[in-house]
Design a protein around this ligand. Structure first.
Ligand code: DX5
Ligand code: ZN
Length: 222
């Protein structure tokens, strides 16, 4: 099933409540929360995202899709468990050993939250194959993490294709999410490559009519 996860990274503080309410009535499938610690990526969004997530939880039951772009994964997992998210995704590049990756996957699952593992554009998709049977989602970054409003890197969709073939051959039931530079054109290519959850920030929140923007992305052929 095609699902749209709206990134609230670039929402301005003064518009925040209006935008969140607008996304709620426009039926975004998820709120995508981009947490950056100023270490894993240069920007720091930790305080702002905590504030935004608190506001969203007060007015919406729409599931939260938490994307941790942080070095200290455990610290932020613990902070976000309190918001009862649907998915917590962390980066394989943030972990220093296989054991650490496996322990974090298990820790998130023990807390009844779905686990996602993410790869940056220069990380080989094969690097995460061994974890696939134990996770729920693989987030293939289609831009370098750190900023909204960038252009999708076409080579990243080759990784999505490879992953899709691999999970089909091996009968692994997992969602493939893409994040960065998704708009009405690139979403077609991403759908063809095999993704089924699409993060979009600018392509939704910069539009006047969120419902139309979300429906268009959902219904775009792939
Ligand atoms: C990038 C973030 C993305 C990004 C998406 O580091 O993970 O979620 O904000 O924004 P757009 O859709 O504008 O590329
Ligand atoms: Zn993201």
């Amino acid at each position: 099933m095609v699902e749209i996860s709206t990134s609230i990274l670039n929402v301005e503080k003064k518009d925040a409540m209006k935008v969140f309410y607008g996304l709620e009535v426009a039926h975004t499938d998820y709120f995508h929360i981009d947490i950056m610690d100023g270490k894993f990526v240069p920007k720091n969004t930790a305080e702002l995202m905590k504030e935004y997530t608190t506001s969203i939880k007060q007015m919406s039951n729409i599931p939260l899709d938490v994307h941790l772009m942080v070095e200290n994964v455990k610290e932020y997992v613990d902070e976000y468990l309190a918001f009862e998210p649907n998915i917590i995704t962390f980066h394989v590049e943030a972990m220093s050993s296989k054991e650490e990756v496996i322990n974090m996957i298990n820790y998130i699952k023990q807390n009844n939250v779905k686990v996602g593992l993410s790869v940056k554009p220069n990380t080989k998709i094969e690097d995460i194959y061994e974890y696939l049977p134990n996770i729920h989602l693989c987030l293939v970054m289609t831009v370098e993490p750190g900023l909204g409003g960038q252009k999708l890197i076409p080579e990243t969709l080759e990784k999505v294709k490879k992953l899709k073939e691999y999970i089909e051959e091996n009968n692994i039931d997992i969602d493939i999410e893409v994040d960065g530079g998704i708009n009405s054109e690139t979403i077609e290519q991403a759908k063809n490559a095999g993704a089924n959850i699409f993060v979009a920030g600018s392509a939704i929140v910069n539009k006047e009519n969120y419902e139309e923007a979300i429906d268009n992305l959902r219904n775009e052929k792939g």
